[in-house]
Design a protein around this ligand. Structure first.
Ligand SMILES: NC(=O)c1ccc[n+]([C@@H]2O[C@H](COP(=O)([O-])OP(=O)(O)OC[C@H]3O[C@@H](n4cnc5c(N)ncnc54)[C@H](OP(=O)(O)O)[C@@H]3O)[C@@H](O)[C@H]2O)c1
Length: 272
């Protein structure tokens, strides 16, 4: 099985001809992954690769990205191509995304996984830190989704699967800068869904609870956080089912329902 791209005379990358394995319907699924070195994204891609999907992976760390891409090829991905990009640089997004869909020769799923937790204490003291968290977690995804949504609407198809967070459901003193970046993202996705659903495009808002990845490894109690492979399995199922919203693990839907119904007069005195 080949995983090469070839350059035509005008320099445009095209998919090399493959003998398509009759593995599953996933053999023809074209998936773009933004933030492909994220722990959650990598676990999700391992499942997609084993199903024979075609993957275009974007991440900012070239070495990590090459290792992830090599691993996914050995796990059975039908096709893997990569691009190194710092997604904070929104000026590069249109060219990057056009290159990705050209390489995949189409797009079935765009999976946005990149993000930063940031330092809450530092963000309270310094607006520059807060602005950086908001830029990476909100402004950059809005830039990517604007291009991707318009691409999908033109074709009346596609799933835009985006990792937000339960932290966006209610601001808490311990992480309200990160939480507000995700709240903004969740609100944007809700409005986008309302716009594009009638055009045949699915917007999936993924709201993980605390999950064992590099992002949370230094947090107290992180050993009890959700297993990343179980979270990834739920994400793959939600993408297949074209769901609107996924709380993962599922218990977080109930927890956040309760948390968001506590009156402010009481909530402001809690120590969360
Ligand atoms: N883990 C949790 O408990 C949890 C809970 C709710 C939501 N989430 C969300 O889930 C998503 C994935 O996080 P994770 O848990 O898998 O953490 P992770 O392993 O730390 O992944 C975060 C990824 O984002 C990438 N990234 C950050 N800024 C970037 C930029 N400017 N350009 C390109 N890539 C950038 C990082 O790249 P580098 O490796 O190069 O730094 C890293 O690969 C994030 O959106 C996070 O907010 C996580």
């Amino acid at each position: 099985m080949s995983t090469q791209t070839v350059n035509t005379q005008n320099g445009t990358p095209e998919l090399a001809l493959h003998a398509v394995p009759a593995k599953t319907i996933y053999a023809s699924k074209k998936i773009l992954v933004l933030g492909a070195t994220s722990g959650i994204a990598e676990a999700t891609c391992r499942i997609w690769a084993a199903k024979g999907a075609s993957l275009f992976l974007v991440a900012r760390n070239a070495d990590k990205l090459a290792a992830v891409a090599a691993d996914l090829k050995t796990r059975g991905a039908h096709y893997v191509d990569t691009a190194v990009a710092d997604l904070d640089d929104t000026s590069t997004h249109p060219e990057l995304l056009a290159h990705a869909v050209n390489s995949l020769t189409g797009l079935d799923v765009a999976y946005l996984a990149h993000g930063v937790l940031g330092d809450q204490a530092q963000a309270e003291a310094d607006f520059g830190t807060a602005e950086q968290i908001l830029h990476t977690n909100f402004t950059a995804p809005v830039s990517l989704l604007t291009w991707l949504a318009n691409y999908c609407v033109q074709r009346h198809s596609g799933v835009l699967a985006v990792i937000s967070s339960v932290a966006g459901d209610r601001g808490r003193k311990s992480n309200y800068v990160y939480g507000s970046s995700k709240a903004g993202l969740s609100a944007f996705l809700g409005g986008l869904r309302n716009r594009v659903d009638r055009e045949g495009v699915t917007v999936l808002t993924i709201k993980p609870g605390p999950t064992k990845t590099a992002m949370t490894s230094s947090m107290p109690g992180s050993e009890k956080f959700a297993d990343v492979n179980a979270v990834a399995k739920s994400i793959v199922a939600a993408v297949d089912a074209k769901k609107d919203t996924l709380y993962v693990p599922g218990k977080w839907a109930l927890i956040m329902f309760v948390l968001t119904h506590i009156p402010e007069t009481i909530f402001k005195k809690t120590n969360t």
